[in-house]
Ligand binder design. Sequence first.
Ligand code: CA
Ligand code: CA
Ligand code: CA
Length: 257
Amino acid sequence: MLRIAVVVSLGLAGSTLGADPFADRVVSYVAGEGVAAGYDDPTTAIGSPTRVNYFGDTVTPFNTPYWSTDVVSVGRGGSLVVAFDEAILDNPLNPFGIDLLVFGNQFFITDSNGRLTGLFDEGGQIELSADGNTWIAVTGLTAEGGFPTLGFVGITDLQFGSDQGTGPTDFTKPVNPQLNWIGMTREELAAAYDGSGGGLGIDIGAYGLGSVSYVRISNAIDAVGIPEIDGFAAVTPVPAPAAILPLAAWFMRRRSR
Ligand SMILES: [Ca+2]
Ligand SMILES: [Ca+2]
Ligand SMILES: [Ca+2]
């Protein structure tokens, strides 16, 4: 009996079961210059990214969260630091090597035929830290430079988000970073998300980090754009089938005794 209990607890240690995959605490926030009235509540970056916006509309890559109860702005010269209670790990089982997802309120721009032509990205510098003291800058990526949020799978009205599709997307699953979305229709894009809720994917291992507990978003004093931050998520590892099956068979043998 004792032996079984130990095995079960080890099994849970590798998952997010019982733990919140989202940012847990605001460490500091400086609004900076140019922030619109009311968009200075950093607690809007804690917990799950927005699936249904303040007005009851579904969040899609074409209808992103924009109300002050959903997102916080990082103005010119401003910064936001959040902390995770459970450290984000450079787990080799994380899809595409991506360990951390940053959710802003960027959105895709479409042409008159509804095909994707660009991303409306208002920037935001990202830095990572294991201890809250030593920071590593994320290069070549911006806080609003990732895949815009998709709240549900099977949405009919992707443009305006008037329906909630067939079920929630996974905010801990990254979109394939190699996805070439230029020229796609809205429907093709949603299908290519493959159940993911979007977000900017970061491989913390690429920056020499084995774990990250703090994330800082900042904005230069002379920046053109002012980004909005909606949330942060740790990626859920996906064990390879070869690793799962023997373990599952072992559990079934135990249970049948
Ligand atoms: Ca990684
Ligand atoms: Ca924005
Ligand atoms: Ca939010």
